[in-house]
Write a protein of this length. Structure first.
Length: 153
């Protein structure tokens, strides 16, 4: 950044864990010099989180879409969710529809001054493509056997 008389200044800044989008960091005494030789002011930096291909941050909550198979959604399963801090195991309840949201308290962004955010998982049912012959036969058998009609519930 430009400093006094247009000379560039560079700072190494430690960003504390849990800083949320839009928060400000204060670098004491690193701002412009005061009037008439007074002490330098503070430099305020506003933090903006870079977009992530799979994760969305809302306040301290972290949202993630998780693909699940039709049988995992129907029967229930424990599925891994890959997060920057490591995998988290998510319990998918039996009978989960696509779009169901699950809240995992405290697994969002940390908060140095209070309660951490939550991890919000949205389930997306994904059908295998292409179907193998045996998978297709199983789906055909299920279609014949089932009386379920999603358009009448």
């Amino acid at each position: 950044m430009d400093g006094p008389a247009g000379r560039p200044r560079q700072y190494d800044v430690v960003v504390p864990a849990g800083v949320a989008d839009g928060e400000r960091l204060r670098l004491a005494g690193r701002g412009e010099p005061g009037v008439h030789g007074g002490a330098a002011g503070d430099l305020l930096l506003e933090v903006h989180l870079a977009p992530h291909p799979r994760l969305r941050v809302s306040g301290r909550d972290v949202r993630v879409a998780v693909p699940v198979s039709p049988w995992e959604a129907a029967l229930g399963a424990v599925v891994p969710v890959d997060l920057p801090g490591g995998d988290v195991q998510v319990d998918v309840p039996a009978g989960s529809p696509s779009g169901r949201r699950l809240r995992l308290p405290g697994l969002g962004l940390p908060n140095p001054r209070g309660t951490p955010g939550d991890l919000l998982v949205e389930l997306h049912i994904v059908v295998p493509e292409p179907l193998t012959d045996s998978e297709r036969a199983l789906f055909v058998s299920l279609a014949r056997e089932s009386t379920f009609n999603p358009r009448t519930t």
